[in-house]
Design a protein around this ligand. Structure first.
Ligand SMILES: NC(=O)c1ccc[n+]([C@@H]2O[C@H](COP(=O)([O-])OP(=O)(O)OC[C@H]3O[C@@H](n4cnc5c(N)ncnc54)[C@H](O)[C@@H]3O)[C@@H](O)[C@H]2O)c1
Length: 260
């Protein structure tokens, strides 16, 4: 059973979308959760709704100083850090020509370097405890390539590589590291491209439906996968990619073949 009683968790990008549902799910499983984000007002509002087991800390995942402060505060308040969920990320939609180097670098900085900094920040504490679970939220775009998402896809492939190498390096210290790879999340992430995406609505719907279980997966389904990897229910599981994608990466799908 996926219980987290008395465990202490840090969740990044927890002010909205998938991250806030992950925080809520971990609290419901018994954990003390530190929600973090650069969106402070939204984060404090979400945190207030989760009761005494939740607290909020401003954290930009690209800042070593922020990481150091948040981990120090977590240890001061709770004496330990058992779980780190690296969920914060940003998206860029654009062909290679429309992905300038500064944007490519920024996507890697937030989506890959951020989780690396977070992993380093909790290492001393988790090693001293001889227990810890680090869960990265990657994407199906980190499992298979897709046109128009080169920067994001590169960042999520990189994140999975970080997870696997860290898992091998840290297993003997009692620390497990895994990735969850969802298909879908918060449409707020697509904000700047909303009009362009609306113009190709039929194509995006067909893309989302062309899988074993049609449509995007729910925030809850993603959060339950994170809970499983965060908890002792997944003891012995390390270095894996857990797709939560309705079968999108399982193979090719033809609706007509279901009636042959
Ligand atoms: N939205 C999707 O369709 C989709 C699909 C697959 C995977 N994912 C992944 O799911 C995770 C959650 O995304 P979401 O769908 O909830 O989108 P979202 O945009 O609602 O959430 C991302 C959160 O990260 C925060 N964030 C951004 N930059 C940050 C920084 N530098 N430091 C700290 N926080 C920062 C944002 O403020 C936001 O609260 C991400 O890792 C994303 O890549 C999303």
């Amino acid at each position: 059973m996926s219980r987290l009683d008395d465990r202490v968790a840090i969740v990044t990008g927890a002010s909205r979308g998938v991250g806030s549902t992950i925080a809520k799910t971990l609290v419901a499983a018994g954990a003390k959760v530190i929600l973090t984000d650069i969106l402070v007002e939204e984060g404090e509002k979400v945190t207030a709704e989760l009761g005494e087991a939740a607290s909020f800390a401003a954290l930009d995942v690209t800042s070593e100083e922020d990481w150091s402060r948040v981990v120090d505060e977590a240890v001061a308040a709770h004496g330990r850090v058992d779980i780190l969920v690296n969920n914060a990320a940003i998206l860029h939609l654009g062909t290679l020509e429309n992905t300038p180097p500064e944007i490519f670098r920024r996507i890697l900085e937030v989506n890959t370097v951020g989780p690396y900094l977070g992993t380093r920040a909790v290492l001393e504490t988790m090693k001293a405890q001889e227990v810890g679970s680090i869960v990265h939220v990657a994407s199906i775009d980190g499992l298979v390539g897709m046109n128009g998402v080169s920067a994001y896809s590169a960042s999520k492939f990189g994140l999975r590589g970080l997870a696997k190498s860290s898992a091998l390096e840290l297993g003997r210290s009692g620390i497990r590291v895994n990735s969850v790879c969802p298909a879908g999340g918060n449409t707020d992430m697509y904000g700047p491209w909303f009009e362009k995406l609306t113009a190709i609505k039929d194509e995006t719907q067909a893309y989302n439906n062309n899988r074993g279980i049609p449509g995007n997966v729910s925030y809850e389904a993603i959060a339950q996968a994170v809970l499983y990897l965060a908890s002792d229910a997944s003891g012995g599981v390390t270095g894996i990619d857990l797709p939560v994608d309705g079968g999108a990466t399982a193979g090719k799908f033809m609706l007509g073949f279901n009636s042959m």
